[in-house]
Design a protein around this ligand. Sequence first.
Ligand code: PMP
Length: 442
Amino acid sequence: MALDRNTAPNDLNAFWMPFTSNRQFKKNPRMFVGAKDMHYTTADGRQVLDGTAGLWCCNAGHCRPLITEAISRQAAEMDYAPAFQMGHPSAFELANRLVDIAPAGMEHVFYCNSGSEAVDTALKIAIAYHRVRGEGTRTRLIGRERGYHGVGFGGISVGGIVNNRKYFGALLNGVDHLPHTHLPAQNAFVKGQPEHGAYLAEELERIVALHGPETIAAVIVEPMAGSTGVLMPPKGYLEKLREISSKHGILLIFDEVITGFGRLGAPFASQFFNVTPDMITCAKGLTNGVIPMGAVLTTAGVHDAFMQGPEQAIELFHGYTYSGNPIASAAGIATLQTYKQERLFERAAELAPYWEEAIHSLAGKPHVIDIRNMGLIGAVELQPIPGEPTKRAFNAFLKAYEKGILIRTTGDIIAMSPPLIISKPEIDTLIGTLGEVLDSLD
Ligand code: PMP
């Protein structure tokens, strides 16, 4: 069955949509058929302002010529090369460019195809790292409540979003969770980093004491927790995690799948917060969301631990058919060029104060119980309807779409993360329209 480009298709049954209320959607589909810069075009010809950079990924906006041209050029020149025991230039060039913008000390890049794969790759590298160094007892992993690390079994094991875990069985053994840092009583409506909550990092000491440091491989956190509703790290919190993990020989992994590539106004959140982990996971903005690609960045210390034994030996038994795929690599190079040429990370930093004032102007709107922001990301938390959690925010999402803005919701929290090319008038439109939506909510 051919789907008409301009009208809503009449058979939506076969596609089981991810993280979607399929029955609701299929009764009343929302279909995008085009995108350019800050806007999507709907099947019925309306323009929708992208307040979420797709799914936190199209940081340079949509259909950027440098990126689309690089993809078609690479597709025509060489579509695919084996990822194992063979190389091709663009994967190496992209790795070098990534290292150039990464925090000092991050010197190597391992490719995969998504954020979820980046997380599972980093967790596997962490466990294997200790083993190749003769510390094979270090297998425990520590995540955090409300953490989102994708949907692989490793990622949902260290993750802490209840619905993403509870249907899927026993998950990985030997995982502990730090407490989350959402402290609304102390931190509600704070702009930027909250003052209260650094002490929650001390919980890592308690977990270490409970099991013994010689059993623990790694701690993984999002430096700023995105998918759970945009939670900023309290001042001093990440520094404390770094201090405790270093003290005990535990690897610290920052999951920067959302915060990577300028979201906070620096290439990575690690630089923004000035805390350097041992590994960084990234994806999304790596290719501007255009082609699936993820990566793990590691220090020389982590990488070099594997570079031993006979030279022909494979050092790490891990990888994907599409690791460093030529077309994804070409997209990645062109994306980093676009960010650089247009100074988009600096632009995000320059726009951040304007964004902060704009989003906090929604304080006092009906049902709003908290507003949080940092860089070009923000969240508006709504009072849930008793007995019907998520309904109010979902209704806001539907109304926003009707009014021509794309927002995202998680639980009763509205999250926004526009492309870094957004202009001040577009910020006004986004926030002004969201204000009207909030005024109209039951
Ligand atoms: N980690 C984090 C912090 C994320 O926000 C996401 C996706 N939102 C993922 C991992 C998973 O990425 P993907 O959907 O590409 O697998």
